[in-house]
Design a protein around this ligand. Sequence first.
Ligand SMILES: Cc1ncc(C[n+]2csc(CCOP(=O)(O)OP(=O)(O)O)c2C)c(N)n1
Ligand SMILES: [Mg+2]
Length: 175
Amino acid sequence: MLRADALQVIYPELKDRIVVTIMGAVAAELYTIGHRPNFFYLEHAMGLASSMGLGIALAMPQHKVIVIDGDGSLLMNLGTLSTMARYKPGNLLHLVFDNESLLSVGGFPTATSTGTDLAGIARASGVPSVMEANTLASLQQSVKDALASNTLTTIISKVEAVGPKTFQHPPYYQA
Ligand SMILES: Cc1ncc(C[n+]2csc(CCOP(=O)(O)OP(=O)(O)O)c2C)c(N)n1
Ligand SMILES: [Mg+2]
């Protein structure tokens, strides 16, 4: 599954919600599909999109918040899973695209390429709903189910390590 196709398929669920993404390739992909003022691309602070999303979800319980994370970013801040699980905001959906790679900085393999199981870590951290969705249809359904459930959910989605050709200076980088 290509992450760009996955984003396209779930875009109807994203477009009217607060969305916080990690930096790099996935931010550019979402921006290209259709930027919205309710999308925030957290540049540079690797690993912290989920922490920011947690804060927003807790501060704004009337809104659903969707975090779009990456395997490398989540591995850098695994404690976010236990913190999310501790507070369990039902309005937070944590979607992790696992391409087994630090794709945005050249494609170095991450620990998920050698067996680290992010869904297992999320479950063991106490996240009440953890799903694995590796096809477009299952991802679309999992996102819909998670948003309808009012339960803190982490979805791990394996995708190919493929991104846009260039994404160094998209408009959101400019002041
Ligand atoms: C603290 C810190 N270390 C390193 C970087 C450089 N960096 C930017 S994106 C990235 C890779 C992110 O990997 P992942 O979350 O898997 O997303 P992908 O690029 O695969 O979409 C790295 C290492 C950074 N921005 N901040
Ligand atoms: Mg990655």
